[in-house]
Design a protein around this ligand. Sequence first.
Ligand code: CA
Length: 236
Amino acid sequence: MMNNNKYKILVIEDEENINNLLTALLETNGYQAISAYNCQNGKMLFASHRPDLVILDLGLPDFDGMTFLKAVRKTSLTPIIILSARAEEKDKVDALDCGANDYITKPFSSAELVARVRSTLRNSRHSSDEGRFPGGKFELNGLVIDYDARRVFTDGNEIKLTQTEYNIIALLSEHSGKVMTYTAIIKAIWGFSDSNSTKKLQVNMANIRRKLGVKPCENNYIINELGVGYRMCERE
Ligand code: CA
């Protein structure tokens, strides 16, 4: 029987091999995939198919993928995952700050791509729900954030955080699974940014990680996406 409840995903990627690989991978994982090979065609299919998520290559033959992103964000919150061959952080940061939900750098693993798609779809449903997590608590590998009490515990021991440190970890947890850029975090926490903001954020993050008992190169709880921002690991 035909399953009409599948999530519809639009793949905009001009390299045929990668486009085929992506659509096959998505279909294997229970999604319905639609292919576009340039920006113009992508816009048409976006309008006619109303996909639940878009995977967007930045380097397209007619227009830059950023053109598509900006055009869509004027009218729609449909989640968009950027696919970029460019390793430069600047492109990822620009795309995230223009409203992309996440990014994947080519070459990517199948597992990574599927995980990103799942987490992005889950996050976008999340934000449309009222309220946060069951019981007003965030839990991840022994870490507990109690939003009502504004208290944080690891393995049952309370971690003493400053107001700012608490606000940062609470913010990241509310977007767990999703990378947040420095700019997005700074705006949410301080409401403005100046030349000191990134440094201030990094100092706060270093303190949070130390207090949580995370060693500098470990990625427990919070992943440092170098040059881009921070990502709270996703709850199981
Ligand atoms: Ca391309």
